[in-house]
Design a protein around this ligand. Structure first.
Ligand code: DI6
Ligand code: FE
Length: 419
């Protein structure tokens, strides 16, 4: 059965010790290999994992297991265990859908024509403003369940379809509520600078309102773990993004950026200069941008769903990221306009097929590097003693199967915080 581990007496008690035995484990914790070498997934054959209180207390040889007399013991029968997967870039919470626009585009309309006719990001803003918080939660839960069926245990969720104080707060509250309704961690990002809402005609004036009014309320209510902006000709300039980011950083919030998706405005370099957690999309990022990100430790989040759906042909500079040692993550970018994708496994397949990322890069990209893109690398993303016990247990013979198959989830069980 796909889903949580089967009900049992100890399930009610998350602090109860548990041991998974007879597993093939990909810890994702191997030390970084030299440039150009294959890094590997930190594989352990015939291994065991033990948890107490939701944390990992042992990973490795079954012979070295600590003594836990009343632990529940689970025989994995040779199945593979990876860290629970992490989708580090989604716009999961939104109202309405854009299937009609999809049909218009198939009939030859351009993204711009659709936007002028009332479509585009602002049509989702209208639908999101008109939805109640409960309606947003209900619509998003269906999408979250689909992500979880692929072994996902942490999901980042951005706002950015409200673009007024009330609607942004409503979107972020709906996102936070998802975490109380499912066995998954929800990480929220305030994407205040996503688009210019219809009631404004000046982008600088909207940035002023974001900084003076909306951002302080988001921060005061602790509704966001980070702040994001869309740096693009059709959205905000690097200078406007920087102004917004500096205000966020002054409030102690880390920043992320949608950069270089449709053109190279130097968004990657801006991310590096500000010490951003990640820069995402990056189809048009230059070699210098890739090098600056590597030096700053800013993660390159590759979003092949949007690349595919927009029929983009300009690929992100994967080879430059590799050469410079820029960490790479992979995510769904789940959103109604450019990536209506709710499978992280399929996102990995697309990253490999369309962008020539290796299997190991894809798997590290939805675990260890995705955790880094959220600033949570000390807590999740690898199987190491002390980390949160989030596991995905798979009916596969080789890790490559997780990247190779399309539209099939070989998930056997999902474990979140040891449960
Ligand atoms: N980049 C994207 O691809 C989405 N947002 C962004 O900043 C587009 C979102 C939409 O069209 O609704
Ligand atoms: Fe996005």
């Amino acid at each position: 059965m796909v889903g949580e581990t089967a009900p049992n007496p100890s399930q009610a008690d998350p602090t109860h010790p548990r041991i998974w035995l007879n597993a093939r484990i990909a810890t994702m914790a191997s030390s970084r290999a030299g440039l150009g070498e294959r890094e590997g997934l930190g594989t352990i054959e015939g291994g065991a994992i033990a948890t107490v209180g939701g944390r990992i207390i042992h990973v490795g040889d079954a012979a070295d297991l600590p003594v836990l007399p009343d632990a529940e013991r689970i025989d994995c029968e040779g199945r593979w265990i990876t860290p629970g997967l992490i989708d580090c870039h989604t716009h999961l919470v939104f109202g309405g859908d854009r299937s009609h626009e999809f049909e218009l585009r198939l009939a030859g309309a351009s993204y711009e024509e659709i936007a002028r006719a009332g479509g585009g990001i602002n049509s989702t803003v209208t639908a999101t403003r008109n939805a109640s918080e409960d309606e947003l939660v209900a619509a998003s839960l269906a999408r979250l369940d689909r992500l979880m069926a692929d072994g996902v245990t942490t999901v980042e969720v951005k706002s950015g379809y409200g673009l007024s104080a009330d609607a942004e707060l409503k979107q972020l509250r709906a996102a936070r509520r998802l975490g109380g309704l499912r066995h998954a961690d929800i990480v929220t990002t305030f994407l205040g600078a996503h688009a210019l809402p219809r009631e404004f005609d000046d982008k600088d004036r909207f940035i002023d309102v974001l900084i003076a009014d909306i951002l302080p309320r988001v921060a005061k209510e602790k509704l966001a773990d980070a702040v994001d902006a869309f740096c693009e000709g059709i959205a905000f300039s690097p200078a406007q993004c920087e102004r917004f980011f500096k205000a966020a950083q002054a409030l102690g919030l880390p920043v992320k950026i949608h950069a270089d998706q449709l053109s190279d405005l130097g968004g990657a370099a801006l991310a590096a200069r500000l010490g951003a957690l990640s820069a995402d999309h990056l189809e048009y990022t230059s070699d210098q941008g890739a090098a600056a990100m590597a030096a700053a430790g800013t993660v390159a989040v590759i979003l092949p769903g949007a690349f595919y759906f927009l029929r983009e042909t300009h690929k992100p500079p994967i080879e430059a990221f590799r050469r410079h040692g820029t960490p790479m993550a992979v995510a769904t970018d789940c959103n109604p306009g450019t990536s209506p994708l709710t499978s992280l496994l399929l996102a990995m397949n697309m990253a490999a097929t369309l962008m020539r990322m290796t299997v190991d890069e894809c798997l590290l990209g939805v675990t260890r590097e995705a955790a880094r893109a959220l600033g949570r690398q000390d807590h999740i993303g690898t199987l190491e003693v002390g980390k949160q016990c989030d596991l995905a247990i798979w009916d596969i013979e080789r890790p490559a199967e997780l990247v190779y198959r399309m539209g099939f989830s070989p998930l056997h069980a999902r474990v979140w915080r040891g449960q």
